[in-house]
Design a protein around this ligand. Structure first.
Ligand SMILES: CC(C)(COP(=O)(O)OP(=O)(O)OC[C@H]1O[C@@H](n2cnc3c(N)ncnc32)[C@H](O)[C@@H]1OP(=O)(O)O)[C@@H](O)C(=O)NCCC(=O)NCCS
Length: 202
């Protein structure tokens, strides 16, 4: 009898746990969907400023940008860049030098509600320069120019995630003024540790 009751309790508990996990999953997906919809609306109203050698991505540039991504990241996600190149052209920056694409930097917008009220944040989703063109200040220029545009568009803070071992990138972000917020796992890749870094603009 006691065994039967215990089994029933166990089954009920497992049921509740499953239900809870599923609800949390739905809630997270809903939150992400809401964020994507608001982000897309904000991107449509985006104000662009004059930027030397930097343009918004065009479809014809995508193959070269994907090649640069593959060269820079061992497990980059081309699907993401393809999606951003369709939905977020305004905040997908490509740098050209003498008609050659030398690097790119792409963001997504992250509207958030906090005690401070409604805040528009952005996240650097990916940035890379061609290997043979590194160390010439191109990534720095891409970031500085795009961040100027972020300010004009009322972005309060820029976030990014960088692998703890990626010293060139960490140095670059520190030089621009980003500071480490915390260490997180599984964002830059499975089981990989990375820093969340932030640059406050307002
Ligand atoms: C990280 C990356 C984008 C830097 O691009 P870059 O065009 O070479 O960078 P810049 O020439 O603009 O460098 C600007 C600053 O970054 C830092 N930096 C860049 N490369 C560095 C290196 N190899 N070692 C140390 N610091 C470095 C320096 O502070 C440099 O300023 P300085 O020249 O005055 O010292 C490039 O190495 C890259 O594409 N890597 C592969 C993709 C990647 O890791 N992206 C970041 C993911 S979070």
């Amino acid at each position: 009898m006691i065994y039967y009751q215990w089994s029933c309790l166990k089954v009920t508990f497992m049921g509740i746990t499953k239900l809870h996990t599923r609800s949390v999953g739905y809630l997270m997906s809903f939150k992400k969907l809401l964020r994507d919809i608001t982000g897309n609306l904000l991107v449509r109203k985006w104000k662009s400023i004059e930027k030397e050698d930097i343009v918004s991505i065009e479809d014809s540039m995508l193959p070269e940008v994907l090649r640069i991504q593959a060269e820079g990241f061992k497990d980059g996600c081309p699907e993401k860049l393809i999606r951003y190149s369709k939905n977020s052209k305004n905040i997908f920056y490509v740098m050209e030098r003498r008609n050659k694409i030398v690097g790119y930097c792409v963001y997504y917008l992250k509207p958030s509600l906090s005690l401070k009220g409604f805040e528009k944040k952005s996240v650097v989703s990916s940035i890379a320069t061609i290997r043979s063109f590194r160390g010439k200040g191109f990534a720095e220029k891409l970031l500085r120019s795009s961040i100027e545009e972020m300010k004009v568009n009322g972005i309060s803070s820029v976030l990014l995630y960088v692998n703890v071992n990626n010293l060139p990138a960490i140095q670059l972000y520190k030089k621009i003024g980003f500071r480490k917020i915390k260490q997180v796992k599984n964002i830059c890749g499975q089981k990989e540790r990375c820093y969340e870094m932030e640059l406050r603009l307002a």
